[in-house]
Design a protein around this ligand. Structure first.
Ligand code: ATP
Ligand code: FE
Length: 366
């Protein structure tokens, strides 16, 4: 079968056509990143207008590349939760129109489930259940993927997400005013800048070390970064728009602190899994996805953790870790295979967006 997937939950307009043999027949992505960088953050009505402007072209390009028509499709999949309501609405309404026009069923998709299941598009040997770590602009969580639509939540961030922390730090450090980072999102800028710095230069602290759960926290890091920058500005008597001299060391130290926190929490989850036998021995696989999973420093250290703990690590390539239409189309294929969440073009009223929607059931870790 073939599914067309549409993603508009945040600031990327994406579309792809994927078949059940894991072929990506066509894909197209229109990013709004540069525009939002210039505004210093995402302004929802601006994101909505850009999605509206671009979606027709994005879908047409993907279909053309795939050389398929709407008639050749088995279903249309679209992200309906979680995300910015104004952005989600553009994608959902467009997908409903396609469904009416083509008489093809519509499959609503959970954006974070799609991030997690992308790994099964990349690795056809990956069996359920597996452990997943999602690191993105809005989320940070550890879960066990039991079935295509059944997730067991082990832990999540009690405050910010790592991507958010990186984006904020990059903004405070004014990295986009440096020529080499002008076109980078916060996470990419910090990863590149960190290559020139010493990760042990500045101690930004450790977080939640005494917590016996798998939750995450990034607000302490955010505050530590802010104080470091203020201290440096005062010490060097800088004006507001001057870049601090320790910028590279600070970037390396931020990346180090985030990596250390993530690795500690993953170790905690593995310890919990070992004790409770939540995963069979044959399924000791950790999947990492979401935009922050494209970070090579974080990947390298998670790989060390996995080697030590006898886990196999699977991380999709960077372009499948950040938002894209391909993961939505693939999730559509997975749901089609399992016969779940398939809505006829006559039942479209039953589908609506949800800006917030937790992923999976919580599990107590006492
Ligand atoms: P969510 O998936 O939680 O709804 P989102 O869709 O906005 O959030 P993604 O597109 O999955 O998030 O990821 C975007 C985030 O990834 C941004 O915060 C960005 O800074 C971060 N990011 C992108 N590339 C890198 C990198 N190389 N290193 C670290 N972070 C990165
Ligand atoms: Fe995302």
């Amino acid at each position: 079968s073939k599914v067309l997937g549409i993603e508009t939950s945040c600031d990327d307009t994406g579309c792809a056509i994927v078949d059940s043999n894991r072929n990506v027949l066509g894909e197209y992505l229109q990013s709004q990143q540069q525009i939002h960088l210039d505004f210093g953050g995402i302004i929802p009505p601006v994101a909505r207008d850009l999605h509206k402007q671009n979606i027709d072209n994005v879908v047409t390009q993907a279909l053309q590349q795939a050389q398929v028509s709407l008639n050749d499709l088995d279903a249309i999949a679209v992200t309906v939760k979680p995300g910015l309501p104004l952005s989600l609405l553009v994608g959902m309404n467009y997908a409903k129109e396609l469904s009416k026009k083509s008489l093809k069923p519509l499959i609503p998709i959970h954006h974070m489930e799609a991030h997690a299941l992308t790994a099964r598009l990349v690795d056809h040997n990956l069996q359920l259940p597996f452990l997943v770590l999602l690191l993105s602009g809005g989320h940070c969580l550890l879960a066990i993927v039991k079935k295509v639509n059944e997730f067991l939540l082990l832990g999540q961030s009690i405050d910010d997400a790592p991507g958010e922390a990186l984006d904020k730090a990059a903004r405070r450090l004014q990295l986009k005013n440096m020529k080499e980072f002008r076109n980078c999102c916060g996470g990419q800028a910090i990863e590149k800048a960190a290559l020139k710095g010493n990760p042990r230069a500045i101690d930004l602290g450790t977080f939640m070390t005494s917590y016996q759960d798998c939750n995450f926290s990034y607000s302490g890091l955010k505050n530590a970064v802010r104080s470091q920058i203020l201290r440096s500005e005062q010490k060097h008597e800088l004006k507001g728009d001057e870049i601090i001299p320790e910028v590279f060391d600070l970037c390396a130290s931020i990346q180090y602190a985030i990596t250390k926190h993530i690795c500690t929490r993953v170790l905690r989850a593995i310890e919990f899994i070992n004790r409770t036998q939540l995963l069979p021995d044959t399924n000791r696989t950790l999947v990492v996805s979401g935009g922050v999973a494209s970070n090579m420093f974080i990947r390298k250290h998670l790989n060390l953790v996995c080697e030590e703990e006898n886990f196999k690590l699977i991380v999709p390539p960077p372009k499948l870790c950040t938002d894209n239409g391909t993961m939505i189309a693939w999730n559509g294929i997975e749901k089609l295979n399992e016969h779940i969440d398939i809505f006829s073009h006559l039942d479209l009223d039953k589908i609506d967006i949800q800006s917030k929607e937790p992923l999976g059931k919580n599990i107590s870790q006492q």
